[in-house]
Design a binder for this molecule. Structure first.
Ligand code: UGA
Ligand code: MN
Length: 315
């Protein structure tokens, strides 16, 4: 080692030591471990009304919104549907269609739907096996197709159809935006792809194109949560359908509605605001809980594990 290298080494070692000592001192100076060592700023801004004013009684006059949510069993499923479902309880005149990618309806979802007190339809709509073997699996398509058929057959004429995946987050004001959709309405969706957003491009109040990081030759470069359709318009189309083509479901569906760009109704303040996000929940492995035969015989853990298994959280 040369003299120069030795000096550099010494500077690094001594510098690191000083750094470690200083950072530890900051902790020691705090009152108890983990307690703040610096002043916390806390500012009161405003508080809201005591009672929930979002639910009014004259619901019946509003057009109904059919919200279609595909879902499938995995550790996050019940958490996702609880979060979404509870959001929907704050919205007037909605009908939640939950379609499970499963051959049967699960009792946890059924119990949740009954508990929420929302108008709902619970479907079991498994993906055909052939698609499951594809390289790019068309996720949630069998579910949405079944819900689409349900809306075509059962939906109220003045209703609106809206696809909302279970890993999305929604601002309930978006329902006011879409409620009077006649043909197809659109708005930006946050946290999509390379651009962090997918949005129609609007000029003088009209959609003239799309701002989306993955054009992929699509005419309608939109996310599933980026549009709503009027039920009567939907019914007037020859063959509304959603293709089993991963990544092209939205485009295929909107093309099947013979939609023209100039007919799109622009929402969310001229497509300048984000009111729905593709948040995506982190995926957790489906584990088996470690429960040795001689452990947790007389406590809560086995009952907890049973409930978690029931929710699809563990094996
Ligand atoms: C998006 C679209 O929503 C899918 O229709 C499309 O297949 C996919 O992009 C793609 O282009 O590959 P993505 O966010 O990637 O979906 O996928 P997920 O969020 O995992 O699934 C979309 C919806 O389908 C969710 O509501 C999910 O619960 C449901 N899903 C997912 C199923 O019903 N079955 C599955 O096996 C996976
Ligand atoms: Mn998703």
């Amino acid at each position: 080692m040369t003299r120069r290298q030795r000096i550099i080494m010494t500077v690094i070692v001594v510098g690191s030591l000083i750094y470690i000592i200083l950072t530890q001192m900051v902790h020691v100076m705090g009152k108890a471990p983990g307690e703040p060592v610096q002043h916390e700023v806390r500012k009161f801004c405003a508080s809201g009304p005591k009672w929930n004013v979002s639910l009014k009684v004259n619901e019946a006059i509003l057009p109904i919104i059919y919200i279609v949510t595909p879902t499938y069993r995995r550790p996050e499923m019940v958490a996702e549907l609880t979060r979404l479902g509870q959001t929907l309880t704050m919205v007037q005149r909605v009908h939640w269609i939950v379609a499970e990618d499963s051959s049967s309806c699960s009792s946890v979802i059924s119990a949740l739907l009954h508990r929420l007190g929302l108008p709902f339809t619970h479907l079991a709509t498994p993906m055909p096996e052939v698609y499951r073997r594809e390289r790019y699996v068309p996720r949630g398509v069998s579910n949405r197709r079944a819900a689409l058929q349900w809306v075509l057959e059962e939906g109220q004429e003045h209703g609106v159809l809206f696809f909302l995946d279970d890993d999305n987050t929604i601002d309930i004001r978006l329902f006011d935006e879409m409620r009077y959709t006649q043909v197809v309405s659109m708005w930006p969706v946050g946290l999509i792809g390379d651009y962090t957003v997918s949005s129609p491009v609007v000029r003088e109040g009209k959609v003239v194109g799309f701002y989306d990081g993955w054009p992929a030759g699509r005419k309608f470069q939109v996310d599933m949560a980026g549009f709503a359709v009027g039920v009567s318009y939907l019914r007037n189309q020859k063959r509304p359908t959603m293709p089993y083509i991963a990544g092209h479901e939205e485009d295929g569906f909107l093309k099947s509605l013979n939609l023209k760009l100039e007919d799109i109704e622009v929402k969310a303040n001229g497509c300048t605001e984000v009111m729905v996000w593709h948040t995506r929940t982190a995926k957790n492995p489906t584990r088996a809980l470690r429960l040795p035969p001689d452990k947790h015989i007389n406590d809560n853990i086995r009952a907890l594990a049973d409930n978690m298994r029931h929710m699809g959280m563990i094996k």
